[in-house]
Write a protein that binds this ligand. Structure first.
Ligand code: AMP
Length: 311
């Protein structure tokens, strides 16, 4: 039940039509870890700079996340990302990405992090994802995320990383860009041909779709009247999905397990977007997660009364 994640540990500056934050805790590994901490013992791997202090680490610690492999690089600056959203919250613009301490990062995992059952390669430079994967050979399930920046600048390396994992989570536009396939179904198949057994297409406020050899499953997002900041939704979705898998060590890693996992990812992501950054998930309770999973289950099950269809 141990889960290791590598990915960005960041400060984010975010502007949405509903407000702004000029500097808040963020990063793919941070959002992922907070979500996954509802299911498993999570260890975060990655570097931070002098500007990252105890209050930020305490956010992770307060959810039981192990931060022993968060490496403090003296004199360095923490990864920084600035983004802006318009009225269509599915569409965001990246205004600045500063790698800071990630530029020279050489991951050296502790024995405990290497020994994980489940590994998540959250969004970060794909060479780094592979370096971490190579150190975690015992993991029975390895999943990953990425983004358009790496498809544009490090495509070959990204494909290499993809070829070694069990499951890929990408948003639909990224899947199309990576495979140059306008059809999402063909794009998912093309990614599976690279190696993974499962592809999950994240579709923002429209939900997510799972593709495996066994079939297809689509789940809408939890319907919210107000979304304040979508930053980290993809990572907390991934944290719920992969955390759920980690919490079921004895189960077959099949289509059914991943469909159930998606409901938990969807529920946690829906809380993440209600406030800026990690603010809402920091005070999220397991009861609240459970309520939304049950609501999702009621919402998506329907009782067919067959009609005589005209020929
Ligand atoms: P999401 O909204 O789930 O796609 O992820 C948002 C998080 O990704 C933010 O907290 C950022 O710090 C982080 N992020 C943005 N760009 C990058 C990048 N190029 N590499 C790694 N993490 C990034």
């Amino acid at each position: 039940m141990s889960l290791t994640v590598v990915g960005s540990i960041a400060f984010d500056a975010v502007k949405t039509p509903f407000g702004r934050r000029d500097r808040m805790l963020g990063g793919s590994a941070v959002h992922f870890a907070l979500a996954a901490s509802f299911f498993a013992d999570v260890r975060v791997v990655g570097p931070v700079g002098d500007d990252f202090g105890e209050p930020e680490l305490d956010v992770l610690r307060s959810r039981g996340v192990n931060v022993d492999d968060v490496e403090h690089v003296a004199g360095g600056e923490t990864f920084f990302w600035r983004g802006e959203y318009g009225w269509d919250l599915n569409d965001r613009e990246t205004l600045d990405t500063r790698l800071g301490v990630f530029a020279d990062f050489e991951p050296k995992l502790s024995e405990a992090s290497r020994d994980c059952d489940v590994l998540f390669l959250a969004n970060i430079q794909p060479d780094l994802q592979r370096e971490v994967h190579e150190q975690c050979r015992r993991a029975r399930f390895v999943a990953m995320d990425s983004m358009n920046l790496w498809i544009d600048t490090a495509r070959d390396s990204l494909v290499k990383t993809i070829s070694g994992v069990d499951a890929v989570l990408l948003n639909d536009a990224e899947l199309r860009q990576l495979t140059e396939q306008p059809s999402l179904v063909k794009a998912a198949r093309a990614v599976m041909e690279m190696g993974p057994r499962a592809v999950i297409a994240k579709q923002g406020e429209y939900g997510a779709a799972l593709f495996t050899e066994e079939g297809f499953f689509g789940l809408p997002a939890f319907p919210l009247e107000e979304v304040v900041d979508p930053t980290g939704a993809g990572d907390s979705f991934a944290g719920g999905v992969v955390g759920y898998v980690a919490a079921h060590p004895g189960e077959e890693l099949d289509h059914g397990l991943l469909t159930r996992a998606m409901a938990y990812g969807t529920a946690i992501a829906s809380f993440n977007v209600e406030e800026f950054g990690t603010e809402r998930v920091q005070r999220l309770s397991s009861g609240e997660v459970r309520e939304r999973v049950e609501a999702l289950q009621r919402m998506t099950a329907f009782d067919d009364r067959p009609v005589a269809l005209r020929s």
